[in-house]
Structures are given as structure tokens and as C-alpha cells.
Design a protein around this ligand. Structure first.
Ligand code: BDR
Ligand code: CA
Length: 313
């Protein structure tokens, strides 16, 4: 059984990732922590509570602090054209959800849950890396206590999606991402290199809705706005970025990875770009030296991952 904390900014594909973790029999979802990104922290937290209530998810929700790690960074606007004004495809989410939040801020929730379960917790981060970086900054020892960190973010050998150089989750808080990638814990980065190959068709979404009961029907409703956006950019359907990171936890054999230290550019025209120094390549002394080797995904068995996601949902 994999104990997982999902750090998320729901977000349409985040909603799918959450339902995947809730339903997969090998996952024990022990917490949901929220971060700003697809919408403001108020909205992503409200959405997490809405999904928890709709799907009867036991895991507590802890709210993140709605600021980038570096307070001097200027705010990057929310992509309302992708996830909708409400972050969940404009389905009329109630303004208030009558469920309690965990009293701790997200990064404290992460620290205390990891400390209570040494060596057991996998952190799956599918939004900005802000909460993970804050947790590391407050308590660097947790790096040795976490089982694994799986990130949806970055673009290594392909263009970004928010600028030619950067993917949205990394670009939204590059300083935080650099802290997370360079920490001495085992990180796997599932970036656009593989998620853009993982496209769920409308037919597959309809099949999930037909077979997966009320939670799956809600997910299909939430997804309509996002599918329409993605149909303008990819062939036929929606890119399931965040569910790819969740699939990696239970089926890493469906992914090809490359080892090497990873850094994130902070500033300049390539702000938020992820760059890996491949293991074994020799360079003059540089800013990647002495850092832990992390894994960047370079390929995916997209058909098998999509099948796993559909069957789980
Ligand atoms: C990432 O950005 C968000 O829009 C998605 O939820 C995903 O986590 C893809 O770049
Ligand atoms: Ca996300």
C-alpha cells in the first residue's frame, strides 16, 4: 500500500488525479494539501473540499499559503481559459463548502504526516512546488523520511506550455521548484515530455462516466470545458497531466526515466525552465555539481497509462 499526500491546485486534471488516488486499491490517500495555481488559494481549497465531499474522500484537506516562496515574485495570473473561472470547468461549485479544514497550514501538515510515518509517505505534487519547498525549509530532515516525491511539472526535451521554456507548475514558483529538485530526497519528474502524449478521448471520458457511478459522472461534467480547450491544441481529447504522476506511483514500469541532477532557472527569459545534467556526462565545475541525481521521465507507454487511469476511475 502506498501512503500518498496529494499536493494539488484543483484544477480539472487535478480532480481526475484525486479520484484516481481515491479509487486505486494500492493507494492510501492520507492527505490533500492545496496550493494556488489553476486558481487562487481560496478557490483551489474550496474546490478540494467540494471534491472531498462529493466523493466522500476520508483524507483531510490542509490549505497552503497563497504566496510564492520568494515574496518578491510578481503574481502570475490564473489560466481561466483552461480550467474555467471556478477552476473546475464552470460547473457552479457552491461558494462555501461546509466541511472543516485541517487546522495546520499545508506545509506543517506535510511535515507532521511524514514524521508520523517515517519512510512511508510518497508526496505527489501536481501544482506549484511551494508547499513542499516550505516544508523542506522549515524541517530539512524530512527529506530523509519521505519515501518518494513524484512531480507533475517541467519540460526537458520539449517546449514549455506557459512560455517556450517553462511549464506552468514550475513557472508559477521557480524558486520553490529548484529547492525541491535539489533536495536530498528521491524525486521523479513527470513533465510535458510525457504528459502531452497522454490524451484521453471524449469517448474514454464518456465510458468512465457510464461505468464509474456518480463520482465519475461529476468528473466528466467538470472535464468538458477543459476537453474543449485541449481539442484546439491536441488531436482529440484532454491531456491528463496530473493523473500521469499518480499512475507512476503504482506503475513506474510504464515510464522511461533518465537520471541526473535537475535545476530550475529563476529569472530571465527562460524563467522556470527545468534543466537536467545527465548522469555520466562530464562538464567543467558548474551549478549542478554535488546535487542528488533525480529522475526525469523521457517516455511513457501512454496507451497502458490511459487504460490504467480509465479502469481505476
Ligand atoms: C499543469 O498545469 C495545470 O494547468 C495542470 O493542472 C497541470 O498540473 C500542466 O502544465
Ligand atoms: Ca495541477
Amino acid at each position: 500500500m502506498h501512503k500518498v499526500i496529494l499536493d494539488t491546485d484543483p484544477g480539472v486534471d487535478d480532480a481526475m488525479a484525486l479520484l484516481f488516488l481515491h479509487r486505486h486499491p494500492a493507494i492510501d490517500l492520507v492527505g490533500i494539501t492545496t496550493v494556488f495555481g489553476n486558481a487562487s488559494i481560496e478557490t483551489t481549497t474550496r474546490n478540494a473540499l467540494f471534491l472531498k465531499r462529493s466523493w466522500n474522500t476520508a483524507a483531510p484537506v490542509a490549505r497552503g499559503i497563497g504566496e510564492t516562496l520568494n515574496p518578491e515574485r510578481t503574481h502570475v495570473g490564473w489560466p481561466t481559459g483552461i480550467h474555467g473561472e471556478d477552476g473546475l470547468g464552470n460547473i457552479d461549485v457552491p461558494a462555501e463548502i461546509d466541511l472543516p479544514l485541517d487546522p495546520r497550514p499545508a506545509h506543517r501538515f506535510i511535515i507532521e504526516t511524514v514524521r508520523a510515518n517515517p519512510g512511508e509517505v510518497t508526496l505527489v505534487a501536481v501544482g506549484r512546488m511551494t508547499n513542499l519547498a516550505r516544508a523542506l525549509r522549515d524541517d530539512p530532515e524530512i527529506a530523509a523520511l519521505v519515501k518518494a516525491v513524484v512531480i507533475m511539472g517541467g519540460a526537458f526535451d520539449v517546449p514549455g506550455n506557459i512560455t517556450p521554456a517553462a511549464e506552468a507548475n514550475i513557472h508559477g514558483d521557480p524558486e520553490a521548484a529548484d529547492v525541491v529538485m535539489t533536495a536530498p530526497w528521491p524525486v521523479t519528474v513527470i513533465g510535458l515530455d510525457v504528459t502531452m502524449k497522454t490524451v484521453m478521448t471524449r469517448a474514454a471520458l464518456a465510458d468512465i462516466a457510464a461505468r464509474g457511478g456518480a463520482p465519475a459522472r461529476l468528473l466528466a461534467d467538470i472535464s468538458q470545458f477543459y476537453v474543449t480547450f485541449y481539442e484546439q491544441h491536441v488531436d482529440d481529447g484532454m491531456v491528463v497531466h496530473d493523473s500521469c504522476a499518480c499512475a507512476y506511483v503504482v506503475a513506474p514500469e510504464l515510464f522511461t526515466t533518465r537520471g541526473g541532477a535537475i535545476r530550475v532557472l529563476c529569472g530571465g527569459i527562460a524563467d522556470g525552465q527545468t534543466i537536467q545534467k545527465p548522469d555520466g556526462r562530464i562538464f567543467p565545475p558548474n551549478a549542478w555539481d554535488g546535487l542528488p541525481s533525480q529522475k526525469a521521465c523521457t517516455d511513457i507507454d501512454a496507451e497502458a497509462v490511459l487504460k490504467l487511469i480509465c479502469e481505476t476511475l
